[in-house]
Design a binder for this molecule. Structure first.
Ligand SMILES: [Zn+2]
Length: 281
């Protein structure tokens, strides 16, 4: 079974080199990347990391800019990277659903073979998850049968740059309004998966998956066996690389108390099923 990292960010080398310019062009990007320690990585660096840590495939996307022109540039780089490493990278598109033209750009990316939409950043891009502006892209992704990955975060706990006011309720309502669209809630869904212990919530969220990105900064590692009990087929290994290195993250998962089946499902089995990947099985 392949190891699949479901959440990695890549930037074109020229954006990394001219980071200061982009800090001025996007307020959310500034919030996340103004600190020089906040790492940015190119596709080449991601591939080197995957080779070093034994990750077979990665879902990769650019930054969800507010400006649709910047989203398009990010998508171009993802398309180019996927064509360079078709066996290693699965590209997702970014668009700003609140801005005219999002559906057309998404359609272009889906036709060129990208595998999903995301990571959407509602607060940074200027909409709420219950905003009707999302309806069109959600319907498109239902048609393409490809997932939409959305940033979510815990409603409680410490503040960090990028922690938004977007609520679990608004994500839940989005999922209920679009039962035909597969959703991936980043960062464990901000804890939403706990409520899948309620039968009616489990039913309502049957098409929702949860990625583990940034978990090491947020939760005790006990969350892995806990998730394996509640959402065994819907947990997706994800790092948020380059925020956390893949090797370090994998090591922590190997140290946790998970059955062989649960580990396999987490590290790649669930993602392979969700993305309809068979070539590495
Ligand atoms: Zn995120």
């Amino acid at each position: 079974m392949p190891i699949i990292d479901f959440h990695t960010h890549i930037f074109p080398p020229e954006v990394i080199a001219r980071r200061d310019t982009y800090l001025e062009r996007d307020a959310w990007f500034r919030l996340l990347y103004a600190r020089p320690q906040a790492r940015m990585a190119s596709a080449d660096e991601l591939i080197a990391e995957m080779n070093a840590s034994g990750v077979d495939m990665a879902v990769s996307f650019g930054f969800a800019w507010a400006d649709p022109g910047l989203c398009r540039e990010a998508n171009e780089y993802v398309l180019e990277s996927v064509s360079r490493w078709p066996e290693r990278l699965l590209g997702f598109a970014v668009v700003n659903p609140a801005v005219e033209g999002a559906a057309a750009e998404l359609e272009r990316c889906m036709q060129k073979g990208l595998h999903g939409l995301g990571e959407l950043m509602p607060e940074g891009q200027g909409y709420a998850l219950d905003d009707p502006c999302l309806d069109e892209v959600m319907q498109q992704m239902a048609y393409w049968k490809r997932p939409v990955l959305i940033h979510t975060n815990e409603p409680v706990g410490h503040y960090y740059p990028g922690k938004s006011k977007s609520t679990l309720q608004s994500f839940y309502h989005l999922a209920v309004r679009h039962p035909e669209t597969t959703l991936v809630a980043a960062h464990w869904g901000g804890g939403l998966f706990f409520y899948e212990l309620m039968p009616e919530v489990q039913q309502a969220l049957r098409h929702v998956y949860y990625d583990t990105s940034a978990s090491l900064y947020l939760y005790r590692d006990d969350i892995f066996p806990l998730a394996a009990q509640i959402i065994p087929q819907k947990m997706l290994f994800a790092t948020d690389y380059p925020l956390i290195s893949q090797g370090r993250f994998l090591q922590r998962i190997r140290e946790t108390d998970l059955s062989a089946d649960a580990r396999e499902a987490l590290l790649g089995g669930n993602a392979a099923r969700l993305l309809h990947i068979s070539r590495l099985e």
